[in-house]
Design a protein around this ligand. Structure first.
Ligand code: UDX
Ligand code: UDX
Length: 475
């Protein structure tokens, strides 16, 4: 059924729901957007008058919030009320990997999707278009549909409020740190569904700022699967280049030159060939795990084990960075102090989910060192929470809380430390005052650059020892 969409509800005010609805609201002033979340603190932060208190740091986001909030963009905890007013509902809730039970460690936990479907079924009125925005396992729409239909049948029996639903898949491809630009200028918009009129209703929204040739429509299963596969392919490129970074270190080649030469082949392309400490973020590992689970489910064991390698290489890359640091610092880092520059999983975000920094720091702490951590945007409470002692054998003699310090600047964080480990490519790390830093550290001063941000010649000229990931000349 074609719906003239006037009111939209988005369930989930996270990294996907918040920025996506903000950009849509900015581009569609004729539509009201109500973003709801079950977490009152998150909603309070979205409504804060101090824009620096928004729950998400994303370049360009606060300006849009300032323009639209209170006009056609609203954040609230009133899930039921906003569902009942909505012509269209986006589901942007999280779908973490299951921690226990069937499929634990691989399958996505769809309990939030199920909870949302029940809330929608209960409170929606008239005809409602339900749009999956979250990245979901293929066939999730069936779960949503069966819940919604069960309620329709029950409603009919009770002869109460007649309601109907169409389900669409419209995965979001934004990357954190560039979310606003990705939303304004996407490579494509993908809409999957079997009800052409509902597809048209959603296209009418995007057409306000995106040209029609960029809007691709497919059946719902191809759409759900495409998002999973896009993430798997991106992660696969990172594991491929990271595996070669190790080979470069052993052959005196330079991974940056190799990546450039390879990427200049237009069939391969230059993007996503930066070697580093491995991919992090909420999506890649979760989505590949889910892909592996689905392949095993269908008996495609060879396909499953092919994708398993992408995750294995990612974990191995972190392990070899940790052992390199320990080896270079004379085989022990017990009681030594190490500066960590960058804690978020990539630059320009305050998100630390699955950040390589978490695993690397935890392992260094286990070796008994002290960490002095600086990240320009990650809150120090978040860092301490991520490095909580749970299940880790940090040095028994050392109190964990005393093992970790967080700082507000690079210079503060390097005082009396033995080494610097660069884990995120924040802009300011490209322009470090190496002369001053060297003076503040304890010799022999080491830099372990996993993100290719340091000018090696300059660092050496000030007296630093340097190890650069993937560079055979500085190993
Ligand atoms: C998440 C997934 O990580 C991603 O794969 C998927 O594509 C979209 O959802 P993100 O927005 O980054 O992405 O997650 P998160 O920041 O955790 O936001 C989800 C929000 O949904 C949270 O604020 C949570 O409180 C809220 N939520 C969850 C509800 O409001 N209701 C629920 O029933 C469940
Ligand atoms: C990813 C997808 O890019 C996006 O389309 C999807 O919607 C969500 O998942 P995101 O995780 O936010 O986005 O960031 P992305 O830029 O893809 O980076 C993921 C990880 O890969 C980061 O840890 C990043 O540092 C790393 N990475 C990326 C590399 O190590 N090398 C690269 O060349 C690119």
């Amino acid at each position: 059924m074609k719906v003239d969409v006037r009111t939209i509800c988005c369930i989930g005010a996270g990294y996907v729901g918040g920025p996506s609805m903000a950009v849509m609201a900015d581009k569609c002033p004729h539509i009201q957007f109500n973003v709801v979340d079950m977490n009152p603190e998150r909603i309070e932060s979205w409504n804060s008058n101090k824009l620096e208190e928004l729950p998400i740091y994303e370049p360009g986001l606060s300006q849009i919030i300032e323009r639209c909030r209170g006009k056609n963009l609203h954040f609230s905890c009133d899930v039921k009320g906003n569902i009942s007013k909505a012509d269209m509902i986006f589901i942007s809730v999280n779908t973490p990997t299951k921690k226990r039970g069937l499929g634990a460690g691989q399958a996505s936990d769809l309990k939030w999707i199920e909870a949302c479907s029940r809330q929608i079924a209960d409170h929606a009125k008239g005809h409602t278009i339900v749009v999956e925005k979250s990245t979901l396992p293929v066939k999730t729409a069936l779960t949503i549909k069966s819940i919604l239909e069960a309620y329709i049948i029950k409603g009919k029996n009770n002869k109460t409020n007649v309601k109907s639903f169409s389900i669409l898949s419209n995965p979001e491809f934004l990357a954190e740190g560039t979310a606003i630009n990705d939303l304004i200028n996407p490579d494509r918009i993908l809409i999957g569904g079997d009800d052409q009129e509902s597809i048209n209703s959603l296209m009418d929204i995007y057409i306000n700022w995106i040209s029609a040739d960029k809007i691709l429509t497919t059946d719902i299963w191809s759409s759900e699967l495409s998002k999973l596969i896009a993430n798997a392919f991106l992660a696969q490129r990172i594991s491929s280049i990271n595996s070669i970074s190790a080979l470069c270190e052993n052959t005196e080649a330079n991974i940056n030159d190799v990546a450039k030469a390879v990427g200049m082949d237009s069939r391969i392309g230059e993007h996503f060939l930066n070697s580093g400490p491995g991919f992090g973020g909420s999506c890649f590992k979760k989505d590949i795990s889910n892909l592996i689970y689905i392949c095993n489910h269908y008996g495609l064991y060879e396909v499953a084990s092919y994708w398993e390698q992408v995750i294995s290489i990612n974990e191995w890359q972190q392990k070899r960075i940790i052992s390199t640091i320990v080896e270079k610092l004379y085989g022990t880092i017990s009681e030594k102090k190490i500066t960590i520059l960058g804690f978020s999983f990539k630059s320009n975000t305050n998100d630390t989910r699955e950040s390589p920094a978490i695993n690397i720091c935890k392992n260094l702490l286990e070796e008994g060192c002290y960490l002095s951590i600086y990240d320009p945007k990650v809150d120090s409470n978040q860092i301490l929470k991520d490095l909580k002692k749970e299940n880790i054998n940090y040095e028994k003699q050392i109190d964990n809380s005393k093992q970790i310090e967080t700082h507000n600047s690079v210079l503060e964080s390097v005082v009396n430390t033995d080494a610097i480990v660069i884990l995120t490519d924040w802009e300011e790390f490209y322009d470090l005052n190496l002369r001053e830093i060297y003076e503040l550290m304890r010799p022999p001063c080491w830099i372990f650059d996993t993100r290719n941000v340091i000018n090696v010649e300059a660092a050496k000229s000030y007296g630093f020892n340097i190890w650069k990931l993937g560079n055979g000349k500085f190993k």
